[in-house]
Ligand binder design. Structure first.
Ligand code: FAD
Length: 421
């Protein structure tokens, strides 16, 4: 006689399956969220040319590009999309983490420029000020960011010639003199400093400390201050993206100190975890690259090659995995968890997948991949130059915001609880 499960057991299993599928593992989006996604696509259709993809490091090489980027920031600000997740009192819409995630994925997929207000305005200066800033700082600095104004464009001054991964060894010094701080030193690789109105600066305020992490403070610095000099640093493809910044007795008001003097390190770590949450946008970018490459493979006939098909399928799985990991971080944040190592895990993953995908893409494009990444309008450009751009800039992406090794160290310390290296 065949084995028959009892009806009660069957019902219980069915209820559990329903629970698992519909409650625990429901990765679907609500009608309202899908509507929002469609609204973003409509915005893209109205405001961006289908012939240009604004890449990850594409922020304003020329004045013309910069003006266009700022015009998009303004339009996003009018919809309050620039600061979607910010509280309403600071010019946001206070939407859920899930809705912000949808926005970031669409930004990456369509290459929507102007979403960051320089290199840090919306993503870590604003959110950090909400946590650690004084009321006056919030009232002064948050509205121009949310409004997409030129006055709300920021750069970030962390790295120095001898301090990168080992950021706590930084030497730029801010000395308190009366009701001012006087700053001397040098920053390097400062993205967007030539466009920014303000700098989010990490400086030493005490040299006489037992641990180098102590004695660091965060400041808000007017880029038009006397004694502050910005020198362009062109990257290896000739693009002006980052700069070196010199401070020669630069005076700023003492009220521009963020939080408590000498206790800036923990605030800095919080700001850095905001910076590393880039994987969602990047998974959107890579999804687009993959779709474009698949179309190219179909047109060129290389899709008939089983190796090409297998590689495309592998990348599809990798990108999907990255997107799901990003969603897991969002889900954790939504339920109130403090996410510490997850953004680093996702950034390390992103660096590696983007590296492999851009190499594979360059192989597939063959001679077309030799177009200079800044010559976007060449008649030889294919896939809007996305592949060349990623191929050349992935090395920088893997270093910016902390190298892949630094991210691995964070995962080892905080995810695996291993001792520090
Ligand atoms: C595109 C781009 C934009 C940037 N924008 C900014 C910006 O706006 N503001 C800013 O302040 N900085 C910026 N940076 C600088 C960036 O933050 C630093 O380059 C980065 O932190 C690495 O520092 P470093 O270059 O001094 O390299 P180093 O720290 O000298 O590292 C050299 C190598 O050693 C490895 N290494 C170092 N320490 C360890 C360790 N403990 N364990 C394992 N391996 C290790 C690194 O992984 C790397 O491979 C930018 C960089 C790039 C590429």
């Amino acid at each position: 006689m065949p084995f028959r499960r009892k009806p009660l057991l069957d019902r219980t299993i069915a209820i559990y399956k329903k629970l698992i599928i519909e409650v625990i593992m429901d990765f679907g989006f609500s009608e309202e969220q899908e509507l929002f996604r469609r609204e973003i696509r409509e915005f893209v259709r109205k405001n961006l040319s289908p012939d240009r993809y604004w890449g990850l490091l594409d922020e304003g090489e020329t004045d013309e590009d910069w003006a266009f980027i700022m015009s998009i920031s303004k339009k996003l600000a009018e919809k309050k999309w620039l600061t979607l997740s910010w509280p309403k009192e600071y010019g946001g819409l206070a939407v859920s983490h899930v809705q912000s995630m949808i926005f970031e994925q669409e930004v990456g997929y369509w290459g929507i420029p102007g979403t960051s207000m320089g290199i840090s305005g919306t993503s870590w200066v604003g959110p950090s000020l909400m946590l650690f800033g004084t009321d006056e700082q919030k009232e002064t600095f948050l509205p121009p960011i949310a409004a997409g104004d030129e006055d709300g464009v920021w750069c970030t001054g962390y790295s120095e010639p001898d301090s990168g991964s080992d950021l706590a060894s930084l030497q730029t010094f801010a000395e308190r003199v009366g009701d001012e701080y006087v700053i001397n030193g040098q920053k390097v690789w400062t993205s967007c400093a030539h466009r920014a109105r303000w700098m989010w600066l990490a400086a030493r305020t005490n040299r006489d400390v037992k641990k180098k992490h102590h004695g660091i403070s965060l400041f808000l610095v007017d880029m038009q201050s006397q004694g502050l000099k910005v020198n362009p640093l062109r990257n290896f493809v000739g693009q002006h993206f980052f700069n070196e910044v010199f401070f020669d007795d630069v005076k700023i008001p003492a009220k521009n100190l963020v939080g408590v003097e000498n206790k800036g390190w923990s605030q800095l770590m919080t700001a850095l975890s905001f910076e590393r949450g880039l994987a969602l946008g990047a998974s959107g970018t890579m999804k687009r690259m993959l779709e474009e490459l698949t179309e190219f493979a179909k047109e060129s006939g290389s899709i008939r090659d089983p190796l090409v098909r297998a590689r495309l399928a592998d990348f599809f799985m990798e990108v999907e995995k990255l997107s799901l990991l990003g969603q897991e971080s969002v889900w954790k944040a939504e339920r109130g968890d403090i996410v510490i190592y997850e953004p680093s895990r996702d950034k390390a993953n992103m660096d590696e997948i983007l590296d492999e995908l851009s190499r594979f893409g360059a192989d597939m494009l063959g001679g077309y991949s030799l177009v200079h990444p800044m010559h976007k309008n060449s008649r030889w450009t294919r896939l809007k130059g996305m592949i060349e751009q990623a191929y050349y800039f992935v090395m920088g992406m893997a270093v910016a915001g902390g190298t892949t090794d630094t991210q691995r160290n964070i995962v080892a310390n905080f995810g695996l609880k291993l001792p520090r290296s």
